[in-house]
Structures are given as C-alpha cells and as structure tokens.
Design a protein around this ligand. Structure first.
Ligand code: FES
Ligand SMILES: [Fe+2]
Length: 443
C-alpha cells in the first residue's frame, strides 16, 4: 500500500477484505498503520478522556489522539478544552507531564507560554519579531471539534464529522445503561489506571474486547484455579455452549458493538458469584446493617462488573466497571489503559468493593489476553506467505436477527463485531484517501 496508489485508485483497500476474511497487512504493514493514524484517527471522533478525570479548574491530563500529543484540561474558567500539545514556535511538545493542575503551560525550549485555553500569553525577548507580531497568531492549536457525551470527551481533527450523538448511534443507550446502573449515581473516572503495553497491533486489542468465543480457552487456567479454590465463580457461564445462551453480540452502527453478558452474569446474584476478596465479609456486614439485606445485596450486585463489553470505534472500550483507552503507538505496539471508576455519593463500602473487583480481571485475565495479542502479532508478522485472517463466525449460520430495538443481534461468539468495525474502517479510510486526493495533499 502506497500513498501514490491511494491518490489514484478508488477502492484501494478492497484487496484487504474477502467475505469472512481480512488481510494480514491490516495488522502488520507499517505504511498502512501510518495511513490509519492520518485517515482514520485523524478523521473521526476519537475518545480523549472523561470529564471527571479533571474535576477542578486548571486540572489537566496529557493523552494521544492517534499519536498526536494532546492536553485534555479544564480551563481556569472551568471549561473543558483539548489542546494540541505542540508548540507553535518550533513544534516541541509543550507539556511533558502526565497530569497536574496548572493555569498554563510553558514550553521548555524557548519558554513561550500559553494559558490553559491555548492562548499565547507571552514569550521572552519579543522585540526581535518586529512590530507586526501579535500573540494571538501564536496560540496552541486545537482539534477542529470537541464534544462530550455524558462526560465522555471526544475530539475530531476535522470539522466535517457528524454530531457526536449521531456518531455514537446505538452505543448511546448502552452508555446510558452503564452510567445509570446503580440508582443513577454519577460514575467518576477517578481511581487511577492500570496500564498494559503490548507488542501487538491496536486492532487486535479492539477485536478481543468484543470476542465472546475466547474466554473458556484463553482464560482456562484462570477459570480452573478459581473453580478449584472457590467453586462456581464469575465467568464460569462461558464454559457451556454459549451460543445457546441469552448472551449476545449486538451491532450498534458506525463500527460500535456490544457483547452483552448481562443475561448470564446477572441472572442470579453477581455479587454471590464473586470469589473471595480482602474485606468481603466486613463490607457485606456493614452494608446489611446500614441498608438492610435486600437493598445491601442490590447495591453489591450493582458494584460487580457491568456484564457489558461496549466497543466504541476506534479507541474506547467500556468493560465491566472500567473504561479503557486503546492507544496505538506503532503497527506492533499498543498501550491499553484500564481506568477504574467509583460512584459519587455511594457508601465507602461500595466503592471499596468496586475497587477490589476492578483489580481482579485485569490482574488475572488481561495477562492471558496480552499473551495472545503478542502471539497473533508474531504469527501474522513472521509468515508472509499466509495472508488471510478468519473473521467468519456466524457469517453463514443464519442466526442473526433484527431486534425490536432496530439493531442487529447475533449469538455471543459471533465475529460480527469485527465485520462491523472493519466496514467502518474501510469507509473512513476510503473517504480519507479521497479527501487527500481532492486536496492534493501528501503525507
Ligand atoms: S519550541 Fe516551544 S518555545 Fe521554542
Ligand atoms: Fe479475554
């Protein structure tokens, strides 16, 4: 794949797709990765962070937007702002801290300084730029669009994108359900982050988040240890023929999908099925004393993982009680940040239980998944003669159906989630090459 091809050939990406298969280049071609960063992450809504990560004026975190360094901050006036973290002078990354609280940012190179809404506030020895020099021509740049959906902040490098609500399509109702689980108490993304760096393509991570086929096999040792020690525990329901269960995969439009474990996970008390954890008995006892057994149990059931794996294309995963950002660094290197959450106004016992449960899966399960991400990358990269990857589960079984909600539902092990986002991938990438051709721009 070359840029020259993209300029002259419509449907240049057709060669990467066959019914039920995708080409290995999608996971291993560095040039294609560069084009993704330009035409996909540069031309759609990308998840930046949650407003509750920066609750106070002047709070900020630094992030990537498809590798572009950005700052997500709350300005001194209390507005949410996203700045491109690149100095308008010589291009240096201005803010080099992961997070903090600051009324502005000063570049470490020649000390140009900027307010936290991006306005250029001053620079040393200004006289040498002559009389026509105006500070306002040297503000930090911003993405063309920034919008929030119930606290989830997204940014787009181009203005020509649909409104965020429209882009989120069928995912909105599931974000609502996730946020409103326990008595509509606000969810706070304020409990730190568990970071994994994996030598795999970012899409492998995205594929896995919606994969209802792998749990009993990839996580076999985890489930075996849990079962031996604690009996019938969380996720055990994946060990039967889950395609005959009420769990399902749902296509939400625009590449977003939902793997819904709730019919199994919350069929009986999800709290009861959690295995032992530090402080479990005392948490339970205190809640029952304060709220009674019935309400206490309800609160504890709602403190467990949500039973939802919500993939919001291209880089937001809402899984269990956690929010994940998928950050591509290179064609074969990805950072996965698991942000843990708490509930505003909930009893301390509930937030303690949530925290213990949120430590559980990434610690015991993500390591299995990461091993498989890297095994996929190795197999795909090292065997160029074998070009195709299978994404055909339930493509031909006729088990899909249009639900009363207007959305497409399939059995939970379906690869529909991959087919759905690759369709969105192709539409965005085609539009990106066409735009570059029109604009006559290069790389
Ligand atoms: S590069 Fe930032 S002040 Fe010179
Ligand atoms: Fe997994």
């Amino acid at each position: 794949m070359t840029v020259a091809m993209a300029r002259t050939t419509a449907g240049v990406y057709d060669r990467l797709f066959r019914p039920g298969q995708v080409h290995r280049d999608l996971y291993v071609d560095p040039q294609l990765f560069e084009l993704e960063m330009r035409d996909l992450f540069g031309r759609t809504w990308v998840y930046v962070g949650h407003e509750t990560e920066i609750p106070k004026p002047n709070d900020f975190v630094t992030r990537n937007l498809g590798r572009r360094p950005i700052i997500l901050c709350r300005t001194t006036a209390g507005e949410i702002a996203v700045l491109i973290n690149r100095c308008p002078h010589r291009g240096a990354v201005v803010c080099r801290s992961a997070r903090g609280n600051a009324g502005g940012f000063t570049c470490g190179y020649h000390a140009w300084s900027f307010a936290n809404d991006g306005r250029c506030a001053g620079l040393p020895l200004r006289h040498a730029y002559g009389e026509g020099f105006r500070l306002r021509d040297h503000d930090m740049a911003r993405p063309a669009r920034v919008a929030s959906y119930r606290g989830f902040v997204f940014a787009s490098m181009i203005a020509d994108v649909p409104p965020l609500d429209e882009h989120l399509a069928g995912a909105r109702r599931y974000i609502d359900q996730w946020l409103d689980r326990d008595d509509r108490k606000p969810v706070l993304v304020n409990n730190g982050v568990m970071r994994f760096r994996t030598h795999a393509n970012w899409k492998t991570v995205y594929d896995n988040a919606g994969d209802g086929y792998h749990p009993p096999f990839s996580h076999e040792s985890m489930l075996r240890v849990f079962a031996a020690r604690y009996g019938d525990v969380d996720m055990k329901y994946f060990t039967a023929d889950v395609d005959d269960s009420a769990m399902e995969a749902i296509d939400l439009g625009n590449g977003h999908t939902m793997l819904d474990q709730r019919p199994a996970m919350h069929a009986v008390s999800a709290w009861e099925r959690q295995h032992v954890m530090p402080g479990r008995e005392i948490l339970e006892q205190r809640l029952f004393e304060r709220f009674g057994a019935e309400r206490g149990r309800q609160m504890l059931d709602a403190s467990t993982g949500s039973g939802m794996n919500l993939n919001i294309f291209p880089n937001l995963l809402i899984i269990g009680n956690q929010v994940q950002r998928v950050d591509p660094l290179a064609v074969d290197e990805t950072v996965i940040d698991w942000f843990s959450t708490s509930l505003a106004g909930a009893p301390d016992e509930i937030n303690a239980a949530r925290m213990r449960l949120q430590e559980d899966f990434p610690s015991f399960g993500e390591v299995d998944d990461s091993a498989n991400f890297e095994a996929c990358q190795a197999g795909l990269a090292l065997v160029p003669e074998l070009e195709w990857v299978d994404i055909s589960r339930h493509l031909t079984t006729g088990r899909g159906r249009r639900g009363a909600d207007g959305l497409w539902h399939e059995p939970v092990t379906s690869d529909r989630h991959m087919r759905a986002y690759f369709e969105a991938w192709k539409a965005l990438m085609d539009a990106g090459s066409a735009a570059r051709l029109r604009e006559g721009g290069g790389r």
